[in-house]
Every structure is written in C-alpha cells, then in structure tokens.
Write a protein that binds this ligand. Structure first.
Ligand SMILES: [Zn+2]
Length: 151
C-alpha cells in the first residue's frame, strides 16, 4: 500500500517550482510553438519529477503526461504531494489541465490532501491548487473507509 501524504500543505515556493519545472520541460523538450504538454509532480521530500506523453501512432495506447512522474515517484518510494499538468498552445499560453479521472484515481493512493492544479476561474492559464478531496468529492472508495488511508 502506498504511503499517504503529510497533512501539511506544501510551501508556495515549492508549488511554484513544480509549475516552473513543468513549463521548463515543455520548452526544452518541444522548442517552438506547437501544441504540447507535460506534467510535474512534487514529492514529499521536495523532489520535483516531470514527464510528458510519448507520441503514439494509435491514440488508444497513449498515456497521460502524469504517467512518467507517477511511476517514478513509486520507484523512489516517495509520496506525491502535488501534481500539475500544462498544455502549451501555439500562441504560447500554458493552459492548466486538471487531472483526468484515471490520474485522480492514481493519485488517490496518496490521500485526500494531495494538491492538484486546476484552471483558476476565468483564467485557464493560471494555476489554482485544490485538494484531491475537492477534486473527488464523491470518491468511490469512501464506501470502504476501513481500507482507505489518508481520506
Ligand atoms: Zn490522466
């Protein structure tokens, strides 16, 4: 079973560094102005991991940008405390993509206090951090509280 996250909120500088790392990966890996994205995760020990989704001929085998850092966090045995996914548009804007349902489900093993980036109201390029509890108000595992850790 995964270790749950500490209940203390990560610092603003560490959250900002996570967003910056995501933007930096997009710029370094995909120079230019094409539609591209990446994700970054902040771990409990302060490590920031980044990842991006490989191109696939068959879209049915594509993975989320979060998949790489999620697997790497597990390899390092470090809980994920925050996750951000950004999409750079050709105009240079970085749209904030809230985690999809699969990624929310994956992050849930680290507890309800994991922070996930969602677009700020009326500003799709501004990060707003919410807890996984807020992102999953009716998480299905709440029916099994004896098996749920960190919720
Ligand atoms: Zn996803």
């Amino acid at each position: 079973m995964a270790t749950t996250t500490p209940s203390t909120r990560p610092s603003e500088p560490s959250l900002n560094a996570t967003v910056d790392a995501c933007r930096e990966l997009i710029a370094a890996r995909f120079p230019g102005a094409s539609d591209r994205g990446a994700a970054a995760m902040l771990l409990a020990d302060g490590t920031v991991l980044t990842g991006t989704a490989p191109d696939a001929t068959n879209p049915s085998v594509e993975v989320c940008h979060e998949t790489g850092p999620y697997c790497e966090a597990f390899r390092l045995s470090q809980p994920v405390v925050a996750s951000v996914c950004l999409h750079r548009s050709p105009d240079g804007a970085h749209r904030v993509l809230s985690p999809c349902g699969v990624c929310r489900e994956r992050l849930a093993v680290y507890g309800a206090d994991v922070l996930v980036a969602v677009p700020a109201p009326a500003a799709v390029d501004k990060v707003r951090w919410i807890t996984l509890r807020e992102a999953l108000p009716h998480y299905w595992m709440l029916a099994f509280p004896e098996e749920l850790h960190g919720w």
